[in-house]
Design a protein around this ligand. Structure first.
Ligand code: NAD
Length: 347
């Protein structure tokens, strides 16, 4: 076999010149790699030449090359460099964006950054709000098509409403239960479940009461606002069946009014779910908030309790998301799918 000429695989711009990784096919059918450093004052300097590497990138290991800027990335190096970009912590944000643009030209670099954060974080917590479920055809509360455009929350979703106007209270929750019967987890819920099984995330804390995370396969789900599907007596807490609530029956034990086991305005959050969420958030290196207006206290405080990086995913940023390190605008299902495609290139 004839030896081929040296081909440039990677060219990197350093402050004082360039670093290049080259390769050639050798006579014995192997591959040889070389690293050259061209310094502005000194001219070409051959640093090393080896034949054992799979893709030659090890030759650059003594370089924080992701902190420098890409000048050329050969097609055959793209997969290896993509892997590096997604799985290694970086120090220089603008260099990171340049690498992301060079190796994922069709992808928003901020999405690549979020994928890097997910791949490099040791403890990631996901917080979801009603916007996580709109793609499952469950309306949220505050967006243009949300429940609260039609109704004032306190008039239907409070203990006072339950006590003063049970018919209104019951018909509101019966309608939400009915909507739940037609709802299925969407691709985004499944991505979150997949990330848990791959240990990319530690837990999901949700303001949703629809149970769709668990239905999609997530196991560590903390329901901060309870569950619509659990029915109980407002007076004595005895469990009841959904049918009994739909038929406006009274509690079998005490004759009290039935209600879903969700947190009504003014009620305390379930302490177990709250404490577990806090536990994860305190040590989280990354918190991803998906589809929440962050208007409901105290769940809206959770992201701020973490010292980790924070990402906000929402399809309408008119409410602002100033305090987050990274903001991704778009539909939850679509963004999660795109992030998952990126992550699947390395896992
Ligand atoms: P919210 O209605 O206040 O805010 C929803 C947010 O999600 C909005 O900012 C909206 O722009 C965004 N959004 C809507 N669709 C989206 C999508 N496809 N992708 C990305 N973002 C999207 O909801 P919240 O902050 O969760 O408010 C909390 C209250 O809503 C809680 O009390 C919760 O129990 C209740 N809630 C739950 C459900 C449910 O379980 N599915 C449904 C309605 C309301």
């Amino acid at each position: 076999m004839k030896e081929s000429p040296w081909k440039t695989l990677l060219s990197i711009g350093a402050e004082s010149g360039t670093v290049e990784l080259k390769a050639k096919h050798t006579e014995n059918g192997g591959r040889a790699f070389r690293k050259t450093i061209t310094e502005m004052d000194e001219g070409n300097r051959l640093i090393s030449e080896e034949g054992k590497h799979e893709d030659g990138l090890e030759l650059l290991n003594d370089y924080a090359w992701l902190s420098l800027y890409p000048l050329y990335v050969d097609e055959e190096m793209k997969a290896s460099v993509q892997r590096k970009i997604l799985t290694h912590s970086y120090r220089n944000e603008s260099a990171f964006f340049a690498w992301a643009e060079a190796c994922f030209p069709k992808t928003d670099p901020e999405l690549v950054m979020a994928a890097n954060w997910i791949c490099t974080s040791k403890n990631t917590v996901i917080l979801t709000g009603a916007g996580m479920s709109t793609e499952s055809q469950l309306p949220d509360f505050r967006s243009k098509t949300g429940w609260w455009r039609e109704i004032d929350p306190v008039t239907v979703a409070s203990p006072q409403a339950l006590e003063d106007d049970y018919d209104l209270f019951q018909s509101f929750y019966a309608a939400r239960l009915e909507a739940l019967h037609h709802a299925q987890p969407h691709a985004g819920h499944k991505v979150i479940a997949e990330w848990e099984s791959k240990r990319l995330i530690s837990a999901v804390a949700t303001q949703n009461v629809d149970g769709l995370h668990s239905e999609a396969g997530s196991r560590k789900v903390y329901e901060l606002h309870g569950s619509l599907k659990e029915i109980m007596c407002h007076s004595c807490g005895t469990k009841a069946k959904e049918d009994q609530f739909i038929n406006k029956e009274k509690c079998e034990k005490c004759g009290g009014r039935l209600r879903p086991d969700v947190i009504l305005f003014g009620e305390m959050l379930p302490q177990k779910a709250w404490n577990a969420s806090l536990h994860y958030l305190e040590t989280a290196q990354l918190v991803i908030v998906i589809g929440s207006s962050l208007e409901v206290y105290p769940a809206n405080q959770l992201a701020g309790m973490s010292n980790g990086r924070t990402v906000y995913i929402n399809d309408d940023l008119s409410g602002g998301a100033m305090d987050f390190n990274l903001v991704l605008e778009g539909k939850a299902g679509e963004i999660l799918k795109q992030l998952n495609e990126l992550i699947n290139t390395v896992s």
